[in-house]
Design a protein around this ligand. Structure first.
Ligand code: ASP
Length: 315
């Protein structure tokens, strides 16, 4: 397993109370999987600039003193708008050639919102946020066009999400010329200046998936989780295994109950929940102290971080 840990940048003058606080900090991912499958679509340089644009969008929010929730939504929306990534426009298609989008958000305060099989919201991550802020629910499946408009969000025709590249990819997968990839999902985690944590994840799921199939990305505790002062997490990979292993929640539980580091919690969870299911993927996380961890057991993961001063991306 590959794990990168970035220590918090601590500015004592900005400590909260007696404790010197880290942050702001931000990490993003653009999916984990076989590099061949996704990288064959385009040059890796394009993925790099896509990840940089997402980091810039999120970091700009945090630098202005904005909330972690605003930052993860800004970063994820940027990746949803980029047709290279498997979320929003350019998402993976179902076996029927349709785009069925899933997204979720969660704040450290314990509030969450998610949509599954979303077809109308231009940015599924904003729809997930609307579920958190405008409804009494956590997860809404297939929110109607009127509902999305009622949330004050931009809607688009279903064809907006479907790119030629993804159509060709689906044809190849259905003709068994290519293995169905589960990669390219996007996510972000952030710690803001006020010590608030948030996470967001967005995906089109797996190429050629059954119509109506929902993976881990909109499932709180599986693909996304956040808890105040502890951690914010976003996962990508073989969705079914992340749901069965309640992976994001398991990482948080290990942190709280064993007092281990985030790196150890992530490695232990992957060993116990993913290895035994022969599943692969990756997770990004930020702790309440501003430590960033980016780990994966797949061939590669599009990822990047901003530690409050510097940003780095890896493709
Ligand atoms: N986890 C996503 C899903 O199973 C796929 C991915 O991460 O690329 O829907």
């Amino acid at each position: 397993m590959q794990i990168l840990t970035v220590p918090p940048r601590v500015e004592p003058s900005r400590g909260r109370g007696d404790v010197a606080a880290g942050g702001p900090a931000l990490a993003v991912h653009g999916g984990a999987g076989a590099r061949r499958t996704e990288l064959s679509l385009e040059q890796s340089g394009d993925y790099e600039s896509g990840l940089r644009a997402a980091l810039d969008a999120g970091a700009a929010v945090l630098q202005e003193g904005g909330s972690a929730l605003d930052a993860v939504c800004a970063a994820v929306a940027q990746l949803e708008d980029d047709p290279l990534f498997n979320a929003g426009r350019g998402a993976s298609l179902t076996a029927a050639g349709t785009a069925e989008l899933d997204a979720s958000v969660m704040t450290g305060e314990g509030r969450a919102g998610a949509v599954a099989v979303s077809r109308h919201a231009r940015n599924p991550v904003f729809a997930a946020r609307a579920v958190l802020e405008r409804t009494e629910h956590v997860l809404i499946v297939s929110p109607g066009e009127e509902v999305v408009r009622g949330w004050g969000l931009a809607t688009v025709e279903p064809g907006y999400f479907v790119t030629d590249q993804r159509r060709r990819q689906l044809e190849d997968v259905l003709a068994r010329r290519q293995v169905a990839s589960r990669s390219g999902t996007v996510g972000a985690v952030a710690l803001d200046r006020d010590g608030r944590l948030a996470a967001a994840t967005s995906t089109g799921g797996m190429v050629g998936q059954d119509v109506g199939r929902v993976g881990d990305s909109p499932i709180i505790g599986a693909g996304t989780f956040a808890r105040a002062r502890t951690v914010a997490l976003s996962c990508t990979g073989d969705g079914e295994a992340y749901v069965e292993g309640a992976v994001a929640h398991e990482i948080d539980a290990r942190l709280r109950h064993t007092g281990c580091s985030l790196e150890e919690a992530l490695a232990g969870t992957y060993a116990d929940e993913l290895d035994r299911r022969a599943a692969t993927g990756g997770t990004i996380g930020v702790t309440g102290d501003g430590e960033l961890v980016l780990g994966y057991n797949s061939e590669g993961m599009f990822r990047g971080y901003w530690d409050g001063q510097e940003s780095r991306v890896f493709t």
